[in-house]
Design a protein around this ligand. Sequence first.
Ligand SMILES: Cc1cc2nc3c(=O)[nH]c(=O)nc-3n(C[C@H](O)[C@H](O)[C@H](O)COP(=O)(O)OP(=O)(O)OC[C@H]3O[C@@H](n4cnc5c(N)ncnc54)[C@H](O)[C@@H]3O)c2cc1C
Length: 371
Amino acid sequence: MRRTPPLIVGAGPAGCAAAIVLARAGLRPVIVDRDAEIPDRLCGGFLSWRTAEQMQELGLDLRDLAAAPVQRLKLISVHHTLDAWLPAPGYAVSRRTLDRALREEAIAAGARLEIDTIRGIDSGAAVGKRRTWTGDGVFLATGKHDVRGLGRPRRSRDPALGLRLRLPNDASRSATLAGVIELHLFERSYAGVVLQEDGSANVCLAVRKSRLASCGGDPRRLLVSLRDDHPLFGNRLGTAWNAARTETIGAVPYGWLAQRTAPGLFRLGDQAAVIPSLAGEGLSIALASGVLAAQVWLEHGADGAATFQRRIAAAASPALRVAAAARMIAERPLTARLSMKLAERVPAALNWLMGASRVAPASLAPRSLAA
Ligand SMILES: Cc1cc2nc3c(=O)[nH]c(=O)nc-3n(C[C@H](O)[C@H](O)[C@H](O)COP(=O)(O)OP(=O)(O)OC[C@H]3O[C@@H](n4cnc5c(N)ncnc54)[C@H](O)[C@@H]3O)c2cc1C
């Protein structure tokens, strides 16, 4: 007799990874997402070498998505630029392209996509605008968006906001950014700049609320002040940036880690752990948690929720701690400057940091599920 699969809420990377594994095990999972059209979600658009491996394991080759390889990291502050090789090539690709590929793969494997906005989880069922959805357990993979009663507490007195603009293809900017992810460090903020598969440049900032408030809460005034104070960032923005649309998301709960969960509820992706975005590891955690949740469910059914949550928390927490420390250093001009000088003298320090802010594959190995 065919088993009833868990219900998956959210067709982002975490939900789709879970759906692919469940569907390949012969189940027909239902994924409920609020968006019929896949938007280009606010994101840095960088996939680490680990994320690339995980995509490969799910049967998706990033080169088929025209994703550009990224071999080098440039750390840029007012006084310094540090150029380092990544431990292995990462990739740059827009979220629209990435999310579409994952959705299509999940559906091709046998998952069914339904469109509804889930408002809350009640007695193990997902209550949507259209109807109530059930399964043998619920995989909550709504990413940045919390559902009623399951909000992630915002503990920071000065939370971060996400701010993104997409700059059109420009030959000189493309030449500068080819094969590179740039991380520009500012006081109480940083920006990732990377080319996307269509040649546009994705400029994505994490900004402390207080920093934005110092510019009257106006993202454009903030960008003008960063451009004026940081010449290389100004150079990347170029002259046409004012015509680009700015997108924002509020209060990102960096550092959130779900240690416990309710019976039958598996929290995946950003609902499980939120790593500071300068690590470029959020997508990797999303995919890893989706795969692990499906594996635990296949072994233990919905009763495995607590085991899964403990396992993913234990696997993600070392990387979260390292990334939180890196963020603290990066957002203070003095510590950023000292650390960049140190990394110049001891390149192994930066290499260590890039490795230590990843989720170790060994911590997710199937044999560790037994405990
Ligand atoms: C500023 C910033 C920059 C970042 N840059 C990077 C980067 O460069 N590289 C990297 O690896 N990570 C990056 N991240 C992290 C990364 O974006 C997330 O970790 C990742 O998107 C989490 O995937 P997810 O599947 O959990 O959630 P999401 O990608 O947010 O997907 C959630 C899905 O759930 C759906 N949904 C939401 N609410 C509901 C609802 N109520 N009902 C039904 N469906 C719903 C959405 O439509 C969506 O499809 C960044 C994060 C931020 C904030």
